[in-house]
Design a protein around this ligand. Structure first.
Ligand SMILES: *Cc1c(COP(=O)(O)O)cnc(C)c1O
Length: 432
């Protein structure tokens, strides 16, 4: 596979951007490769600048649930753009998207549109601190809530990929307000509550997708609901990834748990920069201009992003989630069968259209276990998959996704590529 144009683009990009990229995991550093520069995408496929075609399981890290350049989304964005791209004044589009969101997620009685998941979680925590008049928060190791200061403690995603436990530049006093417990460990969380009486919120990815895919257990999430209630702390579900991804009613619908606040992003912006935080009206009424908690944004509720989000949410229905879940189930089940044929230790998980795989001999339920995965094997398989036209996230600590545009044939082709990659790594290992 010729990737010389990508290489040339990368060399030039490195002159301008740290590592040649505008978000760290894109650099492919963890898999010893070089990033692929994308020319265009349609449906389930990416096309790079050298003209290579890939089946895409990254889907812009989650947003593209209807596939790339979906006709209705393109039409909606084009129409919105022709009417003007930003006004800094309200439009009916914002209300239309909010209505759709609340229709699926009744816990979001009121909400605020922002531009990124980072902004949504940052603002939700500010609100929780204001409402409870307490300052500490509990996060879980390997969860990722964006890159604002308070969250760069034991975080997942790129921070995990590059082994950044605590980022330089984050004031020590702030990290002291962020307590962290192992994911899926209710006892450890209880212990933190017994040690600290000033906890404003527990924020959790109910289905963690930033240390690979690790679903929260029902008991753990229900336990968090009870624990936060007991101690007067708010429960924040960070559904920036799982929202409208794992199912129509998101993780809160799947688990039947109502959080106090929810953050959304990715799918909700339909591939444009939009994110949301929201929850009970009594809390949202603390936000300016009604209340004293300040939060604002020049481009918040941007008409292009709202139009894209509306066009996506309008098309989502149970039957599509069922189809995506079926494809994901088949993919992960067959991957396990193919790996065991080669005696490779593989663990897979799937939730709706989210999936993940670890080269690990034990099931992965938290970050400590995820970190025991064979990263060398992961990198080797990743390179072999890319060169067969299968675009997978370039890190063990990221989730995979399918879209409504993926077909059985795409899954067959992907499985054939995995079979060959597994066979080749085994052959190479035997030679050593
Ligand atoms: C992606 C993600 C974020 C951050 O969103 P950005 O739009 O990248 O700032 C926050 N939380 C979770 C769970 C995410 O997956």
């Amino acid at each position: 596979m010729d990737r010389s144009k990508s290489q040339k683009n990368f060399t030039e990009a490195k002159e301008y951007f740290p590592g040649g990229v505008n978000s760290p995991v894109r650099a492919f550093g963890a898999v010893g490769g070089e990033p692929i520069f994308i020319e265009k995408a349609k449906g389930a496929y990416l096309y790079d600048v050298d003209g290579n075609k890939y089946i895409d399981y990254v889907l812009s890290w989650g947003p593209m649930i209807l596939g790339h350049a979906e006709d209705a989304v393109v039409a909606a964005v084009t129409k919105a753009a022709s009417n003007g791209t930003s006004f800094g004044a309200p439009t009916a589009l914002e209300t239309q998207l909010a209505k759709l969101i609340r229709g699926f997620l009744p816990s979001m009685e009121e909400m605020r549109m922002v531009n990124s998941g980072t902004e949504a979680t940052m603002s939700a925590v500010r609100l929780a601190r204001a409402v409870t008049k307490k300052e500490k928060i509990i996060t879980f190791k390997g969860n990722y809530h964006g890159h604002s200061d308070s969250f760069l403690v034991n975080a997942g995603s790129g921070a995990a990929t590059f082994e950044i436990k605590n980022s330089p530049g984050v004031p020590h006093v702030l990290t002291q307000l962020t307590l962290s417990a192992p994911f899926n460990d209710l006892e450890a969380t209880k212990h933190l509550f017994s040690l600290h009486n000033d906890i404003a919120a527990v924020i959790v990815e109910p289905i963690a997708g930033n240390m690979g895919l690790v679903p929260g257990t029902q008991d753990f999430l229900e336990g968090l609901r009870n624990l936060t209630k007991e101690h007067g702390a708010l429960l924040i579900f960070d559904e920036v990834m799982s929202g409208f991804r794992c199912g129509l009613h998101s993780a809160q619908g799947l688990y039947g748990i109502e959080p106090d606040l929810t953050t959304l992003g990715k799918v909700v912006g339909g591939g444009l920069p939009a994110a949301v935080y929201g929850g009970k009206r009594q809390y949202l009424s603390e936000i300016a201009p009604v209340g004293p908690v300040y939060q604002a944004g020049t481009l918040s509720g941007n008409p292009l992003a709202m139009a894209a989000g509306i066009a996506v949410l309008q098309q989502l229905e149970e039957s599509k989630y069922q189809k995506m879940a079926d494809l994901t189930e088949r993919l992960t089940a067959e991957m396990c069968r193919l790996a065991s044929k080669q005696n490779l230790p593989l663990q897979t998980q799937a939730k709706g259209s989210m999936w993940g795989y670890f080269f690990n001999d034990q099931p992965v339920t938290d970050f400590a276990r995820a970190k025991c995965s064979n990263l060398t094997l992961f990198a080797s398989i990743h390179r072999k998959m890319i060169s067969q036209g299968i675009y997978l996230a370039p890190s063990q600590f990221e989730a995979g996704f399918v879209s409504t545009q993926h077909t059985d044939k795409d899954i067959d082709q992907t499985l054939a590529a995995f079979e060959r990659a597994f066979f080749e790594v085994k052959k190479e290992a035997n030679r050593l």
